[in-house]
Design a protein around this ligand. Structure first.
Ligand code: FAD
Length: 503
């Protein structure tokens, strides 16, 4: 691609979802945008791996909040339905509780009634109440907290925001809140486990995140044919069409600064690329620690709380297991204890919870005919240098535990049918994508790290250096990162004094 020196030059560090979406938005306003990515392709944590004919999404697998994706497409002058073949997933989850009881969550309210009432009398009506409250929380939080660019403390701490905090239950723990609706501990689990997607324990997280259960059952869970990585592919293609230039295997080593400005970047091979604007999509803590000069700022970010990590098993099997749905969650052992082991002790429970994504039931292209691909995620603590963490032992224990747990449910021959196996531990996440402490979800979403209190989308000193991605405002998860791309792009255009800001 020919560089046009007359256009404002933008460098984006990292081709995760946030980097791609910001780059595309800026290219659409006439800027010359180059994305520098250390890996061989785009995607980061929304990635893909192909091994021996099996296709695995490596990170994100759950497509929720379709409106937020659609808005990004619209802002880029495209229609989501022209690019993504979305299939609704129902039942949304196949849950297995510690005692072996199984429950499929569904948006079909007739079925949900009979399933819930069989567990606890009166629970269906209470679930409707819970979801209606959660819908209200969702409607308030989206524009007033998640989609809002907080620029000053007074925008955040004022009577109106205090009222909002109360309305969205930000000061109430999620597990305490759910107990008002369900007595049965299994139903309490069924309506809180999703907090793990924010890298949080439901025993610590605000009840605000009940909005996830609302969106899953009301707006639905979806599957983009081709897998979540197809979203990455499509957004990359749109960005390229808008003129974005992607350079792969191009790790940035330093952001160059002078006074109150970033002047460009230096690559690992020594090449210096000047820029008018720098956007950092690599995880925020890594950028402060490794790419910027100020060690005390990096220390400050390091002292913040990070979310959990995962041990992963990507399995290609020469047999299909109809007992599994697309999203299967196995809750094991003591619910509270399992989160303490992960979040307080940065380890792994003896009986770890795990999640299996088995996309072949929706999308046969993900495996050779008659075969299955399984993505198995085991939430674990992030890397903690203050304690000894024996990852190979935990990895082996998790693998054996999962096979045993599946055998108890009648899937006795899984080990014999594994043809391909790739496993990640937290260090792999750290090394592949430069994630601080190997935290798959970045900075935690606890109350004191939300909204204004979360790192902003612009650096406080270097005013042409912006941040986008999971550890910035508003937070982790593909749809949330897409919001952060919108906020960062808007700020860049506002700072440049342009009239036409993207919506
Ligand atoms: C296991 C797992 C499961 C998940 N499940 C879901 C889910 O089901 N649904 C959902 O919505 N979200 C899910 N998420 C979260 C979601 O994937 C992430 O929040 C999102 O993809 C993060 O995007 P990002 O833009 O912040 O950047 P990242 O994905 O972190 O991308 C940053 C990019 O920067 C690159 N980079 C880093 N350092 C440099 C450097 N020095 N120079 C150049 N490039 C650099 C990295 O290689 C990477 O490509 C999951 C994440 C994980 C890990």
């Amino acid at each position: 691609m020919q560089n046009n020196p007359d256009k404002p030059q933008v460098i984006v560090i990292g081709a995760g979802i946030g980097g791609i979406a910001t780059a595309a938005r800026l290219a659409r306003t006439g800027r010359q945008v180059t994305v520098l990515e250390k890996c061989e392709k785009t995607g980061g944590r929304c990635g893909r791996m192909r091994v021996d004919g099996y296709t695995f999404d490596t990170g994100a697998t759950i497509f929720m909040m379709p409106d937020l994706y659609a808005r990004t497409f619209a802002d880029l002058g495209e229609r989501m339905q022209d690019h993504l073949d979305l299939r609704r997933i129902d039942p949304t989850y196949h849950l297995t509780f510690p005692d072996g009881l199984q429950l499929q969550l569904t948006s079909d309210m007739q079925q949900m009634r009979s399933r819930l009432e069989a567990i606890e009398t009166g629970s269906f009506e209470r679930m409707l109440h819970y979801l209606s409250e959660a819908g209200h929380i969702y409607d308030l939080s989206m524009p007033k907290m998640l989609g809002r660019d907080f620029r000053s403390l007074s925008e955040f701490i004022n009577p109106r925001m205090l009222l909002l905090f109360l309305q969205v239950k930000a000061l109430t723990r999620h597990t305490s809140y759910v107990r008002r609706f369900f007595k049965d501990p299994r139903l309490q689990m069924a309506f809180t486990f999703q907090d793990m997607y924010m890298g949080l324990s439901p025993f610590e997280s605000p009840a605000t995140y009940s909005l996830m259960q609302y969106t899953e059952l009301a707006e639905g869970l979806w599957y983009p044919m081709g897998g979540m990585y197809h979203v990455t592919e499509v957004l990359t293609a749109i960005a390229e069409k808008l003129g974005v230039h992607f350079r792969y295997n191009a790790p940035v080593e330093k952001i160059l600064v002078e006074g109150a400005r970033a002047t460009g970047v230096q690559l690992a091979d020594g090449q210096v690329i000047p820029a008018d604007t720098v956007v950092a999509n690599a995880d925020l803590g890594y950028v402060y620690r490794n790419l910027l000069p100020d060690a005390s700022e990096a220390d400050r970010i390091d002292r913040k709380e990070y979310g959990c990590s995962t041990i992963m098993f990507y399995l290609g099997l020469d047999k299909q297991y109809p007992q599994l749905g697309p999203h299967n969650l196995f809750l094991c052992g003591d619910y509270r204890r399992s989160f303490e082991d992960i979040f307080r002790d940065t380890g792994m429970p003896d009986e770890p919870n795990f999640y299996i994504h088995a996309p072949v039931r929706l999308d046969p292209s993900m495996a050779p005919a008659g075969h299955d691909t399984w993505y198995v995620a085991v939430p674990v603590g992030h890397i903690n240098s203050k304690i000894s963490q024996d990852w190979p032992r935990m990895q082996a224990h998790a693998r054996a535990f999962i096979l045993q747990r599946l055998a108890r449910l009648g899937l006795t021959d899984v080990a014999e049918h594994i043809r391909t196996e790739v496993s990640f531990v937290p260090r792999d996440w750290q090394e592949r994508y430069n994630l601080p402490f190997g935290s798959t979800h970045g900075l935690s979403h606890k109350l004191t790290q939300m909204a204004y209190l979360r790192p902003h989308n612009r650096h406080s000193r270097y005013h042409n250096l912006y941040f986008v991605g999971a550890s910035t405002h508003p937070g982790t998860g593909v749809p949330t990162v897409l919001i952060s791309a919108g906020l960062a792009a808007r700020r860049i255009l506002e700072d440049a004094g342009r009239e036409e800001t993207p919506p």
